[in-house]
Design a protein around this ligand. Structure first.
Ligand SMILES: Cc1ncc(COP(=O)(O)O)c(C=O)c1O
Length: 449
């Protein structure tokens, strides 16, 4: 048996993949060995254009020699020392200072963790302990939203509003309440009406639960790839901020997916000029190089943890890993030096104009997004909003067609999602959209749509 065959066999025998699909695995595992910019190579030497940037992470592209160099130097100097009790490292301090500079409002105090899930989990714990330290122990409830994803830990799943992630793990943590979130397309509403309905639902839920029992509202300013990036109507996030202020509730934004330039601003909440009290970041934060995430808060909130005995009671061995911090600093440096945030805004306009052309297909019911985050929702009939027959699996068929044609595309049922690296060129965008166009055309023929 060849080495490749052995590796494939071992992959199936010894690894339980994250959110595995046995249907996909039965076609054979896909093994990747090399990356270059927006392209990745599999073990058979095939080259793929990755339109989902290694699960929304590699925003500066693969194989950045600047990051490799810094990582090697840091490894030689001090690969790791924990951020624990009273110990710090130089890259950790520099990264925290950088975050204070680039995050909105007065967010400036960071707690470092290893994943987006942990960042959300930490935000929830921070909000609860904050109220406890302020003498309001009754504030333990977390208001989250339907459609949002906040990670895979029990706290993250409890906050998540998508049944698929929750159903096997019930009963989940007590005190998590879900309200409706704006999705103008699905609700068939104009943005203003959608905003009013969702803000009313939020305030009524808080009043029903009792404001004095609520610690925080957690939300993703733009729900992610699972929902296909429904943008909040203007005024919605501002309205949520006002409601939280009115009832003394902390506002947590989960910018794990939307942070670091992907929307054409460094953080998505900046589009609406709303700053949370606590923000979770991850994914693009490190550019995919070494795992790292963070929960950032304001000096005002951090103040309550400064009294001896009131310290924030959370921590992990590797949170704030020294070499991960060094790599992440360089990733942010590249984002700034190459103006990737501005570039994402520019390319976003181009992407939008090209995506509009896909309306030539009747099954393209909606496309939505901002910057470099876009989704195309397919339906049997755009006018009647009639969904495709789920048994046909049209979205998955399109994903597979793209794979056979050397492109990685993400689909969520019949929503196609594109979220490429911010370094993607105009030519590569044309290549990506050309293939999507062709794939939809082929699907229409295949399924007689
Ligand atoms: C909005 C959001 N929050 C949290 C997470 C969890 O991050 P991680 O997978 O790094 O734990 C994700 C991951 O997809 C996400 O998109």
């Amino acid at each position: 048996m060849s080495e490749i065959e052995d590796l494939k066999k071992d992959a199936l025998a010894y690894i339980c993949p994250h959110f595995a699909s046995n249907t996909e695995l039965s076609k054979g595992p896909k093994i990747f060995v090399k990356g270059e910019g927006c392209y990745v190579y599999d073990i058979e030497g095939n080259c793929y254009l990755d339109t989902f940037a290694s699960l929304l992470t590699t925003i500066c592209g693969h194989n950045r020699s600047e990051i490799a160099k810094v990582v090697q130097e840091q490894m030689k100097q001090l690969e790791f020392f924990p951020n624990y009790v009273d110990t710090f490292t130089v890259p950790l301090i520099k990264l925290a200072k950088k975050l204070a500079e680039i995050t909105p409002g007065d967010l400036s105090v960071s707690f470092f963790v290893n994943s987006g899930s942990e960042a959300c989990e930490t935000a929830i714990k921070m909000a609860r302990q904050y109220h406890l330290e302020k003498g309001e122990r009754s504030r333990y409830k977390i208001i989250a939203r339907r459609y949002s994803y906040h990670g895979t830990t029990l706290g993250g799943v409890s906050a998540t509003g998508i049944p698929w992630f929750r159903e096997y793990f019930e009963p989940l943590l007590p005190g998590f309440i879900h309200v409706i979130a704006p999705h103008c397309f699905r609700m068939g509403l104009e943005p203003d009406e959608c905003k009013e309905i969702c803000l009313k639902a939020m305030e009524e839920t808080i009043l029903w639960e009792g404001p004095e029992s609520v610690a925080a509202v957690i939300l993703d300013p733009i729900p992610g790839s699972n929902m296909g990036y429904p943008l909040p109507p203007d005024g919605y996030l501002q309205g949520i901020r006002k409601i939280c202020n009115k009832y003394g509730i902390l506002l947590i934004f989960d910018e794990v997916q939307t942070g670091f330039g992907k929307t054409g601003k460094m953080f998505a909440c900046e589009h609406w000029d709303v700053t949370p009290d606590i923000m979770a970041i991850g994914k693009g934060f490190t550019g995919g190089y070494i795992p790292l995430a963070a929960t950032i808060t304001t000096p005002g909130i951090y103040e309550v943890f400064k009294k001896p005995g009131s310290e924030f009671r959370s921590g992990s061995t590797y949170g704030g890993h020294t070499t991960a911090c060094a790599a992440t600093l360089t990733n942010i440096d590249i984002i700034e030096k190459e103006n990737l945030v501005e570039k994402a805004a520019e390319m976003g306009k181009y992407l939008k104009s090209k995506l509009e052309e896909l309306y030539k297909y009747r099954i393209v019911a909606d496309f939505r997004g901002i910057g470099m985050l876009w989704a195309i929702e397919l339906m049997a009939d755009r006018e009647k909003r009639k969904p495709l027959d789920t048994k046909l699996n049209v979205g998955s068929w399109i994903r597979e067609w793209c794979w056979k044609n050397k492109m990685i595309l993400r689909n969520n049922a019949d929503i196609l999602v594109i979220a490429p690296a911010l370094v993607m060129t105009k030519d590569q965008i044309d290549e990506m959209l050309g293939k999507i166009d062709q794939a939809i055309g082929e699907a229409i023929k295949q399924f007689n749509l």
